[in-house]
Design a protein around this ligand. Structure first.
Ligand SMILES: Nc1ncnc2c1ncn2[C@@H]1O[C@H](COP(=O)(O)OP(=O)(O)OP(=O)(O)O)[C@@H](O)[C@H]1O
Length: 465
């Protein structure tokens, strides 16, 4: 694999590419913060291989700034090229800071990464934590799990399409990723593509804008298994739905597998034509229900073991008995208790769990809205709701915005794109990043832990009136 093109080294090409990007008005501050995390690796024919440290960054580069980078690279190289992004944990990325400087710095590497095999270009964006091994089976999801496993074992044969539906936070995305992992484990050459419906929409819109419909088709039709998450976001988007319909038909006719998730059954999907709904019902439909107590305890036990945290059984039972309808919230409660104990150097015990979770656990189930969360958070930081949902990158606004996004994810059933809409139309990847960042910081920084806890308590109090 050549790391050079003509007499120019990869580093030279990248330096010139950064100069082009710097002059590009379409490149925003947020784009820049991600571009800084990229380490250029090599150019092989028309493929430019780039490395980043984390899956999340890879996802962002591939979905949000791929066109910008590809365009700049193509300009520098004088020919059309594609990018292939690989994850390499030795890329020593600087934390994407909130105050963005204008300089792109190349992320340094500690060792020279191995050039990735071309197959990484088709990397299916799978979260390594979402496997069948980490999925706890209970009465609420046994059928969905069995169907997912059957698909992974022989894609294209049984239950095509598989349609999994159910409320937020009950493991649909987890099962989709698990299918992807296991299929590739059994047959590594299988081409799997996981995509959220929002990304599908963006890719489709960009392909029209950039006149790249062929490459769009190739991306989505030349796969063996298409895993498409949260199909309900396509409701009412006529052109995208039409394209998805053709994609679906092309794959199905070719004996390729399609797995779909949604928050409602096909019958209840509004804004989708009957012909499409009927197609979704061709294969197998299965729902996931809220888990029963035993399953909730088992999920917490598995999570504690995976995160290597000690939590006695009575604590797990306490959490599982009180948080019943959303597994994301269940896991969030465990993290909150163990983080509090670690920050205060106290053992995790029942009385501590009761104190830490007292505001989280309330008898009142009145619904908490995104506006209530945004209002309370803005109030806490002494800023207006417009400032919180705006675009200012000053630290206090960014922190308030990220905490409010995190709490929306924790306390409402809103999807990532829907949360983004409440924050002035932010992209779902921005929300995803905020949630991850706050989650990480809660466990590491007392101030963040206290702020989130306090705002959470106020929101709960207000919802009780
Ligand atoms: N049966 C399970 N065993 C272990 N972990 C689970 C299980 N079900 C869900 N989880 C965990 O709960 C969290 C939420 O699950 P997931 O994101 O798959 O939900 P979802 O149904 O796709 O939600 P949404 O519709 O909001 O996207 C994830 O961290 C996932 O790993």
């Amino acid at each position: 694999m050549a790391a050079e093109t003509g007499t120019e080294t990869m580093d030279d090409v990248w330096t010139r590419t950064l100069a082009v990007l710097r002059a590009d008005d379409a490149v925003t501050a947020q784009h820049r913060s991600f571009i800084r995390l990229i380490k250029p690796l090599a150019i092989v024919e028309d493929n430019v291989f780039l490395a980043v440290r984390e899956d999340f960054t890879k996802n962002y580069v591939e979905t949000t700034i791929r066109t910008l980078i590809t365009r700049a690279l193509s300009q520098v190289l004088g020919r059309e090229v594609r990018i292939a992004v690989t994850v390499d944990s030795s890329v020593n990325s600087p934390e994407p800071s909130d105050s963005l400087d204008d300089d792109f710095e190349t992320a340094p590497v500690q060792r020279r990464p191995q050039a990735p095999p071309p197959a990484t270009y088709e990397d299916p964006h799978l979260n390594p934590r979402y496997t069948f091994d980490t999925f706890v089976i209970g009465a609420s999801n046994r059928f969905a799990h069995a169907a997912a496993l059957a698909v992974a074992e022989s894609p294209g044969k049984t239950y095509n399409p598989l349609f999994i539906y159910g409320d937020s936070g009950l493991g649909k995305t987890h099962l989709l990723h698990a299918i992807g992992h296991y299929t590739r484990h059994l047959k590594p050459q299988t081409r799997v593509r996981y995509v959220n419906s929002e990304e599908f929409t963006n890719d489709f819109i960009n392909s029209i804008r950039d006149d790249q419909s062929l490459s769009f088709k190739r991306q989505y039709r030349e796969v063996d298994v298409l895993l498409i998450d949260d199909i309900q976001f396509l409701q009412g988007k006529e052109q995208t739905l039409e394209e998805f319909f053709h994609t679906f038909n092309a794959l199905h006719n070719a004996g390729k597998h399609v797995v779909i998730t949604s928050d409602v059954s096909p019958r209840n999907l509004d804004g989708i034509e009957e012909r499409m709904r009927t197609r979704f019902e061709w294969g197998l439909m299965t729902d996931v229900q809220p888990p029963d107590l035993e399953t909730r305890i088992a999920i917490l036990r598995k999570k504690a073991a995976a995160d290597d945290v000690q939590a006695p059984s009575d604590v797990l039972e306490y959490i599982a008995s009180n948080i019943t309808s959303n597994i994301r919230e269940l896991e969030g409660a465990l993290i909150r208790v163990t983080a509090f104990a670690a920050l205060n150097k106290q053992p995790v015990d029942l009385s501590l769990a009761q104190v830490v979770l007292k505001d989280l656990i309330s008898d009142d189930d009145s619904e908490i809205t995104a506006s209530a969360i945004i209002g309370t958070t803005a109030d806490y930081f002494g800023i207006s709701m417009e400032e919180l949902t705006g675009t200012s990158r000053s630290r206090v606004y960014v922190t308030a915005r990220q905490i409010a996004m995190y709490l929306c994810r924790q306390l409402t059933d809103l999807s990532l794109p829907k949360i983004g809409e409440h924050f002035g139309g932010k992209d779902h990847t921005t929300v995803m990043y905020a949630v991850k960042k706050v989650e990480d910081q809660i466990a590491q920084r007392r101030q963040m832990y206290n702020q989130v806890n306090e705002i959470h308590a106020r929101i709960k109090q207000q919802s009780r009136g």
